[in-house]
Design a protein around this ligand. Sequence first.
Ligand SMILES: Cc1cc2nc3c(=O)[nH]c(=O)nc-3n(C[C@H](O)[C@H](O)[C@H](O)COP(=O)(O)O)c2cc1C
Length: 207
Amino acid sequence: MNTTKINVIFHSIHGHIYKLALAEAEGAKSVEGVEVKIYRVPETLSREILEKMKAVESVESFSYLPVADLKTLSEADGLIFGTPTRFGMMTSQMRNYLDSTGSLWSKAILVGKPATVFTSTSTQHGGQEAAILSFHTTLLHHGMILLGLPYVHSEMFEVEKVSGGGPYGASTLTGSDGRRQPSEAELKLAFEQGKYLATIASRLKNK
Ligand SMILES: Cc1cc2nc3c(=O)[nH]c(=O)nc-3n(C[C@H](O)[C@H](O)[C@H](O)COP(=O)(O)O)c2cc1C
C-alpha cells in the first residue's frame, strides 16, 4: 500500500478553525497508510492590528506550525482547507494564498486531487454554507474532486441546540464575543470529515 499524504491548510485568527483543523487531522490520521501534516496560510495582518483584535496570543498558539507554500498543495494526495467566514466567503488571507497558485493551475498540478472545506462563523446564519460553496469555485477551477461530509452522522441531525456541521463540511460557531468554543459534536464531525477525505484519497492513490 502506498502512503497517502494529506495536508490540512487553514487560516485562523481567534483559534476556532485551528481547533477544528486539529480534529480534521486526527480523523485523517485514523485511516491506515495515511500521513498528515498541518499548515497555516501566511498571515497578512500586522501585529498592531492583531493586538487591536486581541488575537496575538491566539495566533502565537499555532505559530509552531509551518506556513503553507505551493509545495504544500502539489505534494499532497488530498487536501483539507479550513477558513473562518468573512461576509459569507473565505478570509482574504486564504484568498491571498490561493491566488498565488496560478503556476499550479497552468500545469494542471492539482487536477484529480480530492479536497474538502470546513469553516466557522460568529452567528448561526452567518453564511457557513456560502463560505464553503464559494470556496469550492476555486477548487473546481483547479480540477479538484470536491468532498463534503456525508449525512450519516447523528450529530448532523441536532435541532435542540445550536450546532455546526452539515453536508457541505464541518463548522463551528463562535458567538458574537468569540467565546463559544467548538463543541464535542462539532469536533467529532471535523474528525469524520478528515477521515472521509483521507479514505477517498487513499482509495484513489491505491487504485
Ligand atoms: C471582517 C469580518 C467579517 C466577518 N464576516 C462574518 C460573516 O459573514 N458571518 C459570521 O457569522 N461571522 C463573520 N465574522 C466572524 C468570523 O467568522 C469569526 O470571527 C471566525 O469564524 C472565528 O474563527 P477563528 O477563531 O478561527 O479566527 C466576520 C469577522 C470579520 C473580522
